[in-house]
Design a protein around this ligand. Sequence first.
Ligand SMILES: [Zn+2]
Length: 383
Amino acid sequence: MDEATIYAKEIFAEAGIQRDACVLVTGDCFTGVVPYREAKSRGARIQESGAARIVPGLFDSHIHGSVGCDTMDATPEALDAIGRHLVRVGTTSWMPTTVTDDMEKIKAALRNVGAYTPADDAARVQGAFVEGPYLTEEHRGAHPTAFLRELSEGELDRLLAAGPMRALAVAPEKAGALSFIRHAIERGVHISLGHSSATYEEARAAVDAGADAAVHTFCGMSPMHHRSPMLLGEAMTDDRLYAELIADGIHVSLPAMDILRRAKPKTRLILISDALSAAGLADGDYTLGVEHVTVKGGIARTDRGNLAGSTTNVLAEVRRFIEELGEEPLAAVHMGSLNPARRFHLDGEIGSIRPGKLADFVALDKDYQVLATWKGGKEIYRA
Ligand SMILES: [Zn+2]
């Protein structure tokens, strides 16, 4: 089996950051992290990555598209194009995320994810996140009103039959939400609460029924009033819930991000890009599902002026957490890798640098720019 010993000034191992160390890879898995001197004395052939740090490959669990492609294109070529772009920005796993559209189009996107095997140089796919159509019009964001729907367990079963839906967004104030949520969870689907006007009590009941995340916390939900804390108040105070956050510096202000960071345990925040097809491209006109979107200065808006997904990536968000919020670096990286892996019970395979896990990792320079990306122990991208 192939063995590799790769040096960096800092290795972000799950147990802690190790300085002047080497990450050891055998076949497609990590086998250890050892001090440089120990690797040298063993006579290992050490690869100088030139990196300031090696971090685990990031996992973006909410992303619609990149580089002109959208998961709703429902083609393997689109998923490969997005997955190749993602490895360039340090993301080695992702969940193709659908938007509200005609049900047949959502099913086609799910079938495409089910039939898809990523190219060797594209990020892994970890099932799909179905973001619509069970959302509330008041907080629909870029999800078109005409296709929003009421909850139906039969319809959910038909979606599940179409493809690997790992997570589904639900506005929990909808009629029948609690039995719908239980029905979904019994079938292995994680429920994310969002695009919703739910009260604190409605949201809490949904969490009691098993919902385990808030969709892009602060965005697409009612603001918190001190006598009426709403879904946002539940998302900030109930540690059973993971809180997704778009930390692009546009969707949520820095002080609001800081409030969330202080409210949640570090292991319960999940950085997501919510990126759309314009990510990785210049400003211009794009579409998100059926909505027309204009990107100006990297900010995407619908024709009504709503923010419509981002053009960011998880690595840029990790960097913002470290440099602008003063977050502890390993905790910030794990918000973009290990926390989503834990949520979806994938942390035995991915999400951190630990012996036995898949060797998905990224070499970064001192400014958190990607120098190279490895998937399953193979270098698949070099800047
Ligand atoms: Zn989204």
